[in-house]
Ligand binder design. Structure first.
Ligand code: PLP
Length: 370
């Protein structure tokens, strides 16, 4: 059996050593409940405050604007359902993650989804023509999880504000991977998830701009400024902060490394004369490669790569009767034949050039054997 090559970092990432080391003390020696008044609660309480500060600094926010959650799905649901349950209207892009799309679907009146172009970009013009005086919230993701497209968030947020609407961005695929400053972007809400940037699973945060009112997500104790009750998951929160800080410090070198892996992969395919169609925009999230092979089955490629110890993802999933093409590939108007032949390779900071070459070589073998 070959050594396993993991190239599905858009699905989840390996915990960094910094994150692991940061979390260990809070599981066995400093396990006190941060809400207690005695001295044993001091270290976890201080760690919680420090983690909030670190995370805030990484995205240009204030510590009191960061609310810890269980991850991206929860953060997205918190914002979307809050607006919808108060009877107000939301406008979301057609390529959002299901944690936004399915929450938006609960609205009885959902005017329409914002269209995207063939690169997956929501154009400011499309937003301007879709927004109405009934719209209360616009939600557009910062980077798409399937095709990596990075959206023009600052421009879109400015349009939303011009129309007195709030602006939310699902930045789950972007935080820890590209530069983010919430004030420069001028967003009101931003969702993030630790397991996408080498932190633990089941922890994330929601940035809520100071002064904006949102109803509490969970009622109970006074944790998270009375907005999300429940004893804090200190170990995971501390690990999330350590993972994010490390990624932000090394952001430029990680980006460069990931772009090199992309180049390596495509050079190898081109060298073997393999034709493919790359999805997404030119400036996609570093390391995200959504690529389509006309007439082939992405799902079959995924399983053959799996047999070779290579983990990637696909753009469509077969059930026994039908091939379900993802809503993202449909939204960018990819032909059915290309959509069915789509795979997503998402490199992470622990991947090497050898991995990129090995994946390309394995793909060439599979394609040539067809
Ligand atoms: N939003 C995007 C863009 C994602 O890619 C994901 C996870 O795949 C989520 C939200 C959900 O995040 P979590 O797994 O933390 O619930």
């Amino acid at each position: 059996m070959n050594k396993m090559i993991y190239a599905d970092n858009a699905a989840t990432t390996r915990l960094s050593d910094a994150a692991l080391q940061a979390m260990l003390p809070y599981m066995q020696s400093e396990y006190g409940n941060a809400s207690q008044p005695y001295s044993f609660a001091r270290a976890p309480k201080a760690a919680l405050a420090k983690a909030r500060e670190t995370i805030a600094k990484c995205i240009g926010a204030l510590p009191e604007e960061i609310y810890f959650t269980s991850g991206g799905t929860e953060s997205n649901n918190w914002v979307l359902r809050n607006i919808i349950f108060s009877g107000r209207e939301v406008l979301v892009s057609s390529i959002e993650h299901h944690s936004v799309l399915n929450a938006a679907k609960e609205a009885e009146i959902l005017d329409h989804y914002l269209p995207v172009n063939y690169e997956g970009i929501v154009s400011p013009t499309a937003l301007t023509s879709a927004i109405s005086d009934r719209t209360a919230l616009v939600s557009v993701m910062m980077a798409n999880n399937e095709i990596g497209t990075v959206e023009p968030i600052a421009e879109l947020a400015a349009i939303a504000h011009k129309h007195d609407c709030l602006f939310h961005t699902d930045a789950v695929q972007a935080v820890g991977h590209i530069d983010i400053n919430v004030h420069e972007l001028d967003v009101d809400f931003l969702s993030a998830s630790a397991h996408k940037f080498n932190g633990p699973k089941g922890v994330g945060f929601l940035y809520i701009r100071k002064g904006i009112t949102l109803d509490p997500l969970i009622l109970g104790g006074a944790q998270e400024s009375n907005m999300r009750a429940g004893t804090e998951n200190i170990a995971s929160i501390v690990a999330m902060a350590a993972a994010l800080e490390e990624n932000v410090i090394h952001l430029q070198e990680n980006k460069k490394h990931l772009r090199q892996l992309e180049e390596c992969f495509f050079a190898q395919l081109a060298g073997e004369g393999i034709k493919c169609h790359r999805n997404g925009a030119l400036s996609s999230i570093p390391g995200n490669i959504s690529v389509s092979f006309d007439g082939l089955s992405g799902e079959a490629i995924l399983h053959r790569l799996d047999l070779k110890g290579i983990m990637i993802s696909t753009g469509s999933a077969c059930d026994s009767k039908d091939t379900q093409i993802s809503h993202v590939l449909k939204a960018i108007n990819l032909s059915e034949s290309l959509a069915k032949g789509t795979i997503r390779i998402s490199f992470g900071k622990y991947n090497t050039q050898e991995d990129a070459i090995a994946i390309a070589k394995a793909l060439v073998q599979i394609i040539k054997a067809k």
